[in-house]
Design a protein. Structure first.
Length: 273
């Protein structure tokens, strides 16, 4: 009876909330086709039980952000599965996000299309707690200014390669060339400034070319180190672990596809991302 009593206000929230469906308009605006890894088109509302989980997740995500234009979560489940702690698929979509630590993106999609396991008792208390890690994908769409901010995000900057006792430091602006499928960045190493070009067409491995007044051996070593850095890029956003898969380009934007291992749902009252 206690669990049923806890469930009543959540059911009322679902009943009288407007459940929006991401339509991919943002992707089309940037000239990007939606990838199947992060698509919500096959997720159905089923018997309505998924809306219960989605509203709790949406509320938590909004609290993690400094600002946003849209946050939408879709969850596919059935009541008989949900009470046993299983959902069939989860999809998170957002537009124009900015986290409290200043990580920004034009658009973001996170999808666990093979489902997830959660604590049903915690859900009745208005919390989503995973009982095992969920596997999936994420894609972030950045404009040039946002990608420049991404390169100096604390976790990303800390992982920049070190060579001959000095760490490469990203700085300055970024330029995106959709026609050439390249991204130009700036940085420094051991006091020397560089301009670098990252090329990574859809389905290819990152390659880096550096331009600066240094000897050839050091330039080649830095290019290899930076290419390896982008290939192995890994970010842990309070339990949402993301690793680089590939890069593609749209109209004045770069979209980064990442493998996602969701070990826990970030807590908006304890975590800052």
């Amino acid at each position: 009876m206690k669990r049923l009593a806890c469930l009543v206000p959540l059911l009322l929230l679902v009943r009288f909330s407007c459940f929006s469906v991401p339509d991919g308009t943002g992707r089309r605006r940037y000239g990007l086709q939606e990838l199947p890894e992060v698509s919500a088109k096959d997720i159905d509302q089923g018997d309505g039980s998924g809306a219960l989980v989605s509203k709790v997740l949406e509320a938590g995500v909004r609290l993690l952000l400094r600002r946003y234009d849209d946050v939408t979560v879709r969850v596919q489940s059935r009541w008989d599965q949900l009470i046993r702690g299983r959902v069939e698929a989860v999809h998170l979509a957002g537009e124009n996000w900015c986290t409290k630590l200043g990580l920004r993106a034009r658009a973001l999609r996170v999808a666990a299309l093979r489902g997830a396991a959660l604590d049903y008792g915690e859900l009745l208390q208005g919390r989503v707690t995973l009982t095992e890690a969920a596997q999936g994908w994420a894609e972030a769409v950045f404009d040039a200014e946002e990608f420049a901010d991404f390169l100096v995000y604390p976790q990303v900057a800390a992982a920049a390669p070190e060579l001959e006792g000095a760490q490469f430091r990203f700085c300055g602006s970024v330029e995106i060339s959709s026609a050439d499928e390249t991204l130009t960045f700036q940085g420094s190493h051991a006091g020397d400034l560089f301009r670098g070009t990252l090329s990574c067409g859809d389905g290819t491995q990152p390659q880096v070319s550096l331009h600066g007044d240094i000897d050839e051996a050091r330039r080649v070593a830095l290019e290899r180190a930076l290419a390896s850095f982008f290939r192995s890029l890994y970010v842990d956003l309070a339990g949402v672990c993301l690793s680089f898969e590939r890069l593609r380009f749209g109209k004045d934007v770069a979209a980064v596809l990442l493998k996602a291992e969701i070990r826990r749902i970030p807590n908006p009252f304890r975590d800052r991302i």
